[in-house]
Design a protein around this ligand. Structure first.
Ligand code: PMV
Length: 309
């Protein structure tokens, strides 16, 4: 019997959601304080899975587990019954449907655990490809940003499927707060596409502004310009509102973060529910923002950070 283990963190989009769909860049980073973990042991019997959602044979897993099933099968690399299967245990504290990368992180943890149990060594690109297969099973045509971000150890610059690491000039402290409303990324993406048809000038203006803000943010991160980055985040929140992907709960949390001294705050991910991202001055201020956002109604909030690199 061989055992393999895998772990992947949640992710948050700093800038570039929605404009990334139209070929513009995005910046994303891991949420280091939440993760998905998987352990896989080889077995001579059929593959099975134990998770919060389901305990049983992989072959009879419900539809909701489709990405996990895809990840296990992809990492096994073969369906040859003579090789036996794997018993996969999954444990995650990343909430699903909040735009924080739950499905991609579970897939990444499973892919690592199962391939290790099978004695396969994956390159980072091979791992990404298998996670992206699972993401396709979950979401249809994902941009790949989630799969890249949960596999990364730091902030990434993502454009048309490729990633670059970005330089960080000063430590940045961030808070992600859940609005408690299930994010509706697919609907939000469709509504932006509808706006492109109905009001092309409004769409073009907002998308080019978001693209320019993403480029500006990269420079501000590299310069360690916290105040400037905060203003960039506030501006992005407004343009995302023009695209129609904001909502009252997200506006309320972003306003509460600014009132608590955040240099900037914005919705993050698909919008129409999901989470906001707020910038803090230092780790103590980040902890204070978590408390203030919880008081303002967020059922959960997490800190993450970017280190000088
Ligand atoms: O809601 P999330 O975190 O999955 O982010 C969606 C980001 C979009 O740009 C709106 C869509 C995409 O596929 O990149």
């Amino acid at each position: 019997v061989r055992t393999g283990r895998g772990r992947a963190t949640g992710k948050v989009i700093l800038l570039g959601e929605h404009s990334v769909v139209y070929g513009h860049p995005a910046i994303a980073l891991p949420i280091t304080s939440i993760s998905a973990r998987a352990e896989a042991t080889t077995t001579t019997q059929a593959s099975r899975v134990d998770s919060a959602l389901f305990h049983g044979l992989l072959s009879s897993a419900p539809d909701r587990l489709r990405p996990t099933v895809t990840a296990v099968r992809a990492a096994l690399g073969t369906d040859d019954p003579a090789l036996g299967g794997v018993h996969v245990r999954i444990d995650s504290d990343i909430p699903s449907e909040r735009g924080v990368g739950s499905s991609a992180a579970v897939a990444a943890a499973v892919v690592s655990a199962v391939s290790q149990a099978r004695g396969r060594t994956l390159t980072p690109d091979e791992r990404f490809d298998l996670v992206q297969d699972a993401e396709r099973a979950a979401h249809g045509s994902p941009s790949g940003l989630d799969a890249r971000a949960v596999c990364a150890s730091g902030p990434i610059w993502f454009r048309r499927g490729t990633v670059e690491h970005i330089s960080v000039g000063a430590p940045l402290h961030l808070v992600v707060a859940d609005s408690g409303v299930r994010g509706r990324t697919r609907e939000a993406v469709e509504s932006v596409r509808a706006l492109k048809q109905s009001s092309p000038a409004v769409f073009d203006h907002a998308i080019s502004a978001l693209s320019a803000l993403t480029t500006r943010a990269r420079i501000q991160i590299s310069d360690g310009d916290v105040e400037g980055l905060g203003t960039t985040m506030d501006d992005a929140h407004r343009h995302l509102g023009v695209l129609g992907v904001g909502d009252r709960a997200l506006d309320h949390l972003a306003t509460a973060a600014r009132a608590a001294g955040a240099p900037g705050a914005k919705l993050t991910g698909g919008g129409r529910g999901g989470c906001i991202l707020a910038l803090a001055h230092d780790p103590d201020h980040a902890a204070e923002l978590v408390a203030r956002l919880r008081t303002a109604g967020a059922p959960a909030a997490w800190t993450t950070h970017m280190e000088i690199a």
